[in-house]
Design a protein around this ligand. Structure first.
Ligand code: PMP
Length: 356
């Protein structure tokens, strides 16, 4: 039977990318395994440069932005962002859920932080934000299934954690000053964090900032102050190639739009299921919903497993069901999922644990 994972933690690679990567692990271009590629070699430097060029083309990243390829995951950026940008001023964090709070809580270790609810974004007035070093948003709340459909236009630099929706939609670089994303969900494997930073934000780091986290130092050293995650950069390059062959970022956005619309339609049309996020904020990448009777959640998950659909449980803080529609998800997995959602019937018994 087919085995499809909808895990929120890590996304699948498209089959052709997985094949390219597997082959390169054996041998890459006749020069041995990519797993042994030295970060100081000319071959790696050429790979890194090609990856940067492909990313710039994919998103239309302007010349006055640097791209950094660092290790440490998005959680490391929760510290790096305030260390690099606060410069003794306050920072405002928009609270949309679990990951916004994780980012905010880390920032409070380095300076004064103000928290605003997501709903406040719509009514921000410039006079209330002039004192801000930056604003921080989580563009897609992986745990809660909430997505910021539009990036706000703010008078202070806007910073976005895009770990779960990077390269699933175009980005407005006239509004964004810094975007960061771990690559393990929609664009590759764990170990790499991409940071896109406008040049005028460089040069502000607090004196105690570790050199490996200092954007200015890393930008000057082409992200090679220490060993960058070579293999994850290789996979990102392969993913960017694949995205280009699919039709670029517009195609990724269209796929996310189509798939999420079908999922929400199936959920809204099934009396046993309840979407838990208001339509204006529904994520195109991590749709979340509940069972109409939450006691039936174990039954839903067992029935899904029996149909080959894995990792559909909600985030531990949220519960319910969560579907992850990352770029690499196959059409076969998506079709099996939507067919299951349309057909799902909860049992009439109350314990909800009987096997399907
Ligand atoms: N931000 C968001 C939106 C996430 O979804 C995650 C991981 N699920 C993180 C940050 C943390 O990423 P990491 O564990 O790679 O540090």
């Amino acid at each position: 039977m087919a085995h499809y994972s909808f895990s929120a933690a890590a996304g699948p690679l498209p089959a052709s990318v997985a094949a390219t990567v597997a082959e390169a692990c054996r041998d890459w271009q006749g020069s041995g395994s990519v797993l042994g590629l030295s970060f100081v070699s000319e071959r790696f430097k050429a790979l890194q440069a090609a990856t940067e060029t492909a990313l710039r083309q994919c998103l239309g990243i302007p010349k006055d932005f640097h791209i950094l390829f660092l290790s440490g995951g998005a959680s490391t950026q929760f510290a790096a962002v305030p260390l690099n940008l606060m410069a003794g001023r306050i920072a405002t964090y928009i609270d949309a859920g679990h990951w916004s709070r994780r980012a905010r809580d880390e920032a409070t270790r380095y300076g004064t932080v103000r928290t605003l609810p997501l709903a406040a974004l719509a009514s921000v007035r410039s006079e209330s934000v002039n004192d801000n070093a930056y604003w921080h948003v989580t563009s897609n709340e992986t745990a809660n299934g909430l997505q910021l459909t539009e990036f706000p236009c703010l008078p202070a630099p806007l910073v976005a954690d895009m770990t779960s929706d990077f390269l699933t939609r175009p980005l407005p670089f006239d509004r964004l000053a810094l975007a960061y994303a771990g690559t393990q969900k929609s664009i590759g494997v764990p170990g790499l964090t991409v940071i896109i930073i406008r040049d005028d934000l460089l040069g502000r780091a607090a004196p105690a900032t570790p050199r490996v986290l200092d954007y200015t130092v890393q930008a000057a050293s082409h992200s090679r102050v220490n060993t960058p995650p070579v293999f994850a950069i290789f996979v990102l390059h392969a993913m960017l190639d694949w995205i280009a062959t699919q039709g670029g970022i517009a195609a990724m956005a269209a796929i996310a739009q189509r798939r999420s619309a079908a999922v929400y339609q199936a959920v809204d049309g099934n009396p046993h299921l309840r979407a838990s996020v208001p339509p204006a904020f529904r994520s195109q990448i991590n749709p979340c919903f509940q069972l109409a009777d939450p006691r039936k959640t174990p039954h839903f998950l067992a029935a899904a497993l029996a149909a080959g659909l894995h990792d559909l449980h909600g985030h531990p803080d949220v519960g319910g069901i969560r579907i992850s529609l990352y770029n690499g998800l196959s059409e076969a997995a998506f079709t099996a999922l939507t067919e299951f959602l349309v057909a799902y019937t909860a049992p009439t018994t109350m314990n909800g644990t009987n096997t399907p």
